[in-house]
Structure formats: C-alpha cells, structure tokens
Design a protein around this ligand. Structure first.
Ligand SMILES: NC(=O)c1ccc[n+]([C@@H]2O[C@H](COP(=O)([O-])OP(=O)(O)OC[C@H]3O[C@@H](n4cnc5c(N)ncnc54)[C@H](O)[C@@H]3O)[C@@H](O)[C@H]2O)c1
Length: 256
C-alpha cells in the first residue's frame, strides 16, 4: 500500500529516543527515507536498526543541535545519502532536570541553567531551521518542517519558566518561518505534546503521576506513537494548507 510519505527524504533530530524514535519509525513506515540524528550514538544506532528491520531505509548521524557545524553536517549528510530533504522534524530537546535541579522558581534559577535550556531547545531549533530551509530553497520544490514545542509553548507551568520560555520561542519561530517561506512552498508547523511516556518524563512521573494525571482529562500519559502520527501527517502533502500552526496532542490538558 502507498505510504503518505512515499519518495520523501526526512531528517529527525532527537531521533535516538522517545518521540523522535517513534516518529522516525512511523515516517519510514509511510515510505520516507529517514536520517536519524541525536547526541546519543547508541540511541541512533538502535533507532536505525528498528527502522531497517521493519523494511525501512535510514541512516544514523550523531550530532549536537547546539553546534552550528554539527547541524550543517546533519543536513549535508542527509543530502549526500538521499539527494534532498523534503521533511524535517526538529525535536531534540531537554527538560528542566537535564540542565539543573528540578523544582526551581525563577528567583532560584541560575544563568548557566537557563542558558543551557535556551541553547538546546531554542537555539537548536533555530539552527536546524536555518540549514534545512537553506537546503529546501536550494533544491526547490518546497518542504515540510515540524518543530517540537509542547503544551508549555502555550501555557505557563510553575517551576518550569526556562522550559516554558523555550517552547513559547519555538512556537514563535514556527510562525515566523511559516510566514517567511510560505511563497517558497515550505510549510512550518509545530506539534505541542502534553505529558508523554518517554525517558524525559520518567522521574517526574515517578514523583508526581497522580497530581499531574488529575489535570489530564483522559487520565493517562500519551505514548510517543501518538505524537508520531500527528507529525507524519503534518509532514505529508495531506496537510498542504497547514502552516504556522501549533497542533496540540495532549489528552485534553489545555482544553480543561
Ligand atoms: N515527553 C513529554 O512529555 C514531552 C512533552 C512535550 C514536549 N516534549 C518535547 O519532545 C521532544 C522529545 O522529547 P522526548 O520526550 O522524546 O524525550 P527523550 O529524552 O526521550 O528524547 C530527547 C532526545 O533528544 C536528544 N538530545 C538532547 N539534547 C540534544 C542535543 N543538544 N543535540 C542533539 N540531541 C539532543 C537526547 O539525546 C534524546 O535522545 C523534546 O523537545 C521535548 O521537550 C516532550
């Protein structure tokens, strides 16, 4: 059966785990060739093995999205393997626990903690957009980019101000990129997941599952595959009139 991404070449960052891995697998199932990038070498090798074992075609590219040369290399290697980039999923990100002590309010956050958060979640997305869009303009024919924001890109959350600021920034970058490149046929959207069961949320869920689930109308965590399906669709030509949008997939969290 024809896939909705047949013939397309995709790049996924943060593809070594969680939402990025599930999306790389789903993109390949729908016919895309997928370049899987992440800081984690083991992570990307595992994702590539899963994609290829299911009959897909993928390559692993280790790289840090905060390093401009590394991002340029991710795009260049994708193009050298597949000839072009039609879709990109800018998804690599960190949560508060990865950059400093959890539970801090604004007056307790340190500049290095906040700078690290901004660097991965915001500058990383900017650098990916810059190099992916340059390639899409060069090759012609448009493209589709999805950035991973969050419900934290739409609402405030206590003790997560730095994370919330980056995800609001991703929503803003997405809207601006959508407006700037609409006439070039490049669509740019973001996905805004609620609480999803991945390594990123494990410790928080171990500590605060009942408290958080009380605020989620469906009363459960999402799974990465439920985000992947939305991303695949946004990358496909089926979403041809969708650009600059924030697509919420949150079990009703922001509706409540
Ligand atoms: N899990 C959730 O509940 C949730 C909710 C909303 C948004 N998100 C966002 O989804 C995205 C994916 O998160 P996840 O839940 O799959 O987490 P995850 O920890 O499973 O995956 C994140 C991946 O990003 C990679 N990464 C981190 N820093 C990087 C860097 N500098 N360069 C390259 N790769 C880097 C990590 O190695 C990891 O493989 C993140 O942007 C996160 O903020 C997650």
């Amino acid at each position: 059966m024809a896939g909705i991404l047949d013939g397309k070449a995709a790049l996924v960052t943060g593809g070594g785990s969680g939402i990025g891995r599930a999306t790389a697998i789903a993109m390949a199932r729908e016919g895309a060739r997928v370049a899987v990038s992440d800081l984690s070498k083991d992570g990307i090798e595992e994702t590539v093995a899963l994609v290829n074992a299911a009959g897909g075609q993928s390559i692993a590219i280790q790289g840090d999205v905060t390093d401009e040369a590394a991002v340029a290399n991710m795009v260049a290697r994708t193009v050298s393997a597949f000839g072009r980039i039609d879709c990109a999923f800018n998804n690599a990100g960190v949560a508060g626990r990865s950059v400093g002590p959890p539970g801090q309010r604004i007056h307790e956050l340190t500049q290095p903690t906040v700078a690290k958060m901004f660097s991965v979640n915001l500058m990383g997305v900017f650098l990916c957009l810059k190099y992916e869009i340059a390639q899409m303009l060069k090759q012609g024919g448009g493209g589709a980019i999805v950035n991973t924001a969050s419900i934290a890109g739409l609402i405030g959350l206590a003790t997560s101000a730095h994370y919330v600021a980056t995800k609001h920034g991703v929503v803003g970058l997405t809207k601006s990129a959508a407006v700037e490149y609409a006439q070039d046929g490049i669509r740019v959207n973001c996905v805004n997941p609620g609480y999803i069961k991945t390594p990123m949320t494990k410790e928080t869920m171990d500590e605060r599952y009942d408290e958080i689930m009380a605020k989620v109308p469906v009363r459960r965590l999402g799974v990465p595959e439920e985000i992947a399906e939305a991303v695949v669709w946004m990358c496909s030509d089926k979403a041809s009139f969708m650009t600059g949008a924030s697509h919420v997939v949150d079990g009703g969290y922001t509706a409540a």
